[in-house]
Design a protein around this ligand. Structure first.
Ligand code: APR
Length: 230
């Protein structure tokens, strides 16, 4: 009997209880920074040092945080299900928790790439400064998808979502596309669960949607236990 396919779409709320800021909550990242300056190619061209330091700060913080109970519960799902995590997050907390199939839609803080070749990607855990070059002498940049840039993993993520038997969405405000559109690629009749203390979705929009108005560390373990016991 093949294992049921669970697809999990996660956003910044997934990592909030690990101590990482979300973007649009009170005191979120976009309150303290102008995203046009630090999360666009234009911003990088205008002031590369500012952008590199914005990501250096976030990368340094990653060295001090751990997966929360939500990440760990999602990793445990793999004992009984075929699980794919599609995350908008650029942290590596799903991987640290033990999830073995994680697709990063918006890139990863612990990777950098050449400014001249988006496929030339390097593992990178230290600060990245202006003057750090690839082997062809081109400046390196964060391996992050900035606003206005293509989402290289979108096709992969769409194909995975279309195969879901169960869809779980955790900790995203559903405001950034194309990530937010993935829900529409899930087969219409499958059970869907939305875990978020302030859910930005109307259960009326999807007849098969269960909204769990709890945090990731509270709500995801409860949902995972329910799925194991069904
Ligand atoms: N547990 C679960 N959800 C939470 C928690 C928590 N502890 N705390 C906050 N949330 C929810 C909020 O209610 C909100 O719906 O997480 C969501 C965070 O929304 P955003 O800050 O907009 O983050 P996200 O949806 O991941 O943003 C998408 O925007 O700026 C870009 O590239 C960036 O990947 C990011 C994308």
């Amino acid at each position: 009997m093949p294992k049921q396919k669970i697809v999990v779409l996660t956003g910044a709320g997934m990592s909030a209880e690990s101590g990482l800021k979300t973007f649009r909550d009170e005191n979120g990242l976009w309150e303290g920074h102008d995203l046009m300056q630090v999360a666009t190619p234009e911003g990088f061209a205008r002031n590369p040092e500012l952008v590199l330091e914005f990501y250096n700060q976030r990368r340094r913080q990653l060295l001090d945080v751990s997966p929360n109970k939500g990440h760990l519960a999602l990793a445990k799902l793999e004992q009984a299900f075929d699980v794919s995590i599609i995350t908008q997050n650029v942290d590596n907390l799903h991987e640290q928790a033990g999830s073995s199939h994680v697709v990063h839609l918006h890139g990863e803080l612990f990777k950098v790439r050449s400014t001249m070749d988006k496929n030339h990607i390097l593992d990178w855990k230290k600060d990245l400064i202006f003057g750090d070059l690839d082997d062809k002498g081109h400046q390196l940049r964060p391996h992050i998808v900035w606003f206005g840039e293509m989402v290289p993993m979108l096709e992969t993520a769409t194909e995975i979502t279309q195969q879901a038997d169960i869809l779980i969405i955790v900790g995203t405000s559903m405001q950034v596309y194309p990530a937010a559109s993935l829900i529409h690629y899930a087969p219409a009749q499958i059970p869907m669960y939305f875990v978020d203390p302030k859910p930005n979705i109307r259960s009326a929009d999807f007849y098969n949607l269960t909204v769990i108005p709890k945090t990731a560390a509270e709500g995801v373990p409860l949902l995972v236990n329910e799925l194991f016991n069904n």
